[in-house]
Design a protein around this ligand. Structure first.
Ligand code: ATP
Length: 224
């Protein structure tokens, strides 16, 4: 794997988690925070932790931010600082910029600036947990676009022992089974119509939001 250079601006829970995860995956990570205590706390968890104000263009230039492959702006509460830092990094010509947004308006401003990806960690995680609450079978829900999503769920009792053709999920709900996970490490990424669902199998399906809603409703009834 080619090692990339990442800079993370803001070491709150979100930025801190991204920085340490990337470092543990073997990448070079420069972590920046305005708060000296935060910098100290992460000094051994990343390649380099530096105290600096991310809204200070000179400071970012001196740190050579423009040479990083990816910059993550993870300043949440101070929306003005987040926007300023994103704009500075964009103007420096950084190729890939990811920014955490606090609300819709913040997200819109970030898109206007032209950052590559706006993330709403609390909102996304909230949606994932809500899907899991709907039915304990649902493990994960990932939004691919405003219209399409991926749903990961443990096969319900009524599915066990049936082949995919018998389940007929595509015709009934208009959604596609992408993969079946069995046990810890086995994953069938090209399931065939004759494959039979076993107990504890995890199915990964992709479909339109409305179709998935109907399917999830059926699953919630099944698991009651
Ligand atoms: P999380 O939910 O990820 O914990 P948050 O959304 O509550 O974080 P904050 O705690 O406001 O966000 O900010 C995250 C971090 O960004 C903090 O550690 C804060 O010190 C740092 N920070 C705030 N402003 C700046 C700035 N101008 N330059 C660098 N770091 C900053």
């Amino acid at each position: 794997m080619k090692q990339k250079q990442y800079a993370v601006l803001g070491l709150g829970r979100f930025g801190g988690s991204i920085a340490t995860s990337l470092y543990n995956m073997g990448h070079e990570v420069l972590a920046i925070d305005i708060n000296e205590d935060k910098v100290q706390a992460y000094s051994n968890a990343v390649s380099q932790a530096v105290q600096a104000d991310s809204t200070d263009e000179k400071a970012l230039k001196a740190l050579g931010i423009r040479n990083f492959s990816v910059v993550v702006v993870a300043i949440g509460q101070d929306i003005q600082a987040s926007i300023m830092a994103s704009l500075i990094v964009k103007e420096m010509g950084v190729k890939h910029i990811v920014v955490k947004a606090q609300n819709d308006l913040h997200g819109k401003v970030l898109e206007k600036i032209g950052v590559d990806r706006v993330v709403f960690p609390e909102r996304d995680m909230g949606a994932r947990v809500a899907h899991n609450l709907l039915s304990p079978n649902i493990i994960d829900f990932i939004e691919l676009s405003p219209e399409y999503s991926i749903l990961e769920f443990v096969a319900t009792k009524s599915m066990v022992g049936k082949s995919l053709i018998e389940l007929n999920i595509r015709a009934k709900y208009g959604i596609n089974i992408m993969a079946i996970k069995s046990g810890k490490n086995k994953i069938n990424v090209a399931p065939m119509a004759t494959d039979v669902v076993q107990e504890d199998d995890v199915l990964v399906v992709v479909g339109h939001k409305e179709d998935l809603k109907v399917f999830e409703g059926k699953m919630a009834d099944d698991s009651d």
